[in-house]
Design a protein around this ligand. Sequence first.
Ligand code: AMP
Ligand code: ZN
Length: 278
Amino acid sequence: MGKNNRIENLFSAGTLSLGGNHTPLGYLIDEQSDTLRMAGIVSDLLLSFETMFTKLSRDHQAQRIAAPAVIDTTVLERAEYFSSFPDTAMPLGDRWHLNPAMCYHVYQRYEHTTLSGNVCIYVAGQSFRNERSYAYLRRMGNFTMAEIVSLGDSRQVESFRTSLLLEVARLAEKLGLRGSLDRARDPFFVSAANRGKIVRQKLSPLKFELNIRVGKRERLAVASFNNHQEFFGSRFHIVDPDDLPVHSACVAFGIERWIYAYLYHHGLNRKNWPKIAI
Ligand code: AMP
Ligand code: ZN
């Protein structure tokens, strides 16, 4: 059996018991496929990827926000989250939802402010989503998301996104992860005027994804590159000195998916791994 088959089996629910604290390979994980307690090489990779994305954000002079696992429900309401993604976010009591993504903390942080220039923010943490089905590391109810967010002038925001598209593609290539950059199907966070048009096109130029090959036909979206135009600027009253809503873009990484893709391509034996920048 090749290494790729092994990793496939390992993380396909039902094909291998992952219970107990000590698996021979030392990556132990809980029995459920929607939440994971990681150890050994899996937790080492989690740290490596977090470090890598932190470094990438610093190349863009990002400031870091340390965010909690919850976000005020009213923030998601102002972001029209519930109409864009019905049933995805998980409520916690009356006041909060568990983070469905990290970048909402950035819009909340800058709400009702005037920006004199562009800002770049790095925010990483635990995200939670209801999904229709779950798969180890690939589709979970609770996962780790790192985001780099740019706010400001439309041209600079789009050039931030384009530049990150290339940098992240290069990074994946360096790590030996093969895949493609594709326009995504989700038409999201666009002004009402554009929404109908984009839904009809089924393809939004505002969202690209990096899809890594993890099987003969299977691809995994490990990162998304989203240009929200003035959507959040206007929803959260984040304006430029002329009082016009700023543009925003976020680049989001699903860290467990990077781990999965990395293990798929390089196997479980650390000795066979390409050097990963830590
Ligand atoms: P999105 O906000 O949907 O573009 O998600 C950002 C990134 O988070 C995606 O590109 C994935 O890498 C990752 N991601 C999204 N949903 C999940 C999930 N249920 N489990 C693990 N990773 C996810
Ligand atoms: Zn985001």
